[in-house]
Design a protein around this ligand. Sequence first.
Ligand SMILES: [Zn+2]
Length: 106
Amino acid sequence: MAEADGATAPPRPSPDPDDVTWIEPPRCPECGASVRVYPTNYDRWVSLAMVELPAKDVPAAFRWRLTRVPDRSPVPTDILAVRVRGIDPLPSEPVAPAHHMMCVPE
Ligand SMILES: [Zn+2]
């Protein structure tokens, strides 16, 4: 299932507390574009586009939604990427497209 969803991104490296250098935002190894890498709800990681798009502009296969992890401290890093499944979102509803949708390898 993870392969079909494109959730094949490697996990983010753990930050080194001794490393004070600026951490670059992750980049797609295929095209070099900036991406947002989030854990999914099934222990895989997915690269999402930096911007959200209306659902009508994103094929169903690439629709993701970011959600807070329930029952944990509400720190901003506790975000999960969850595939939008089942009932179609409203056409104007913003979804987070998988970066794969717009990836153009050089
Ligand atoms: Zn790419």
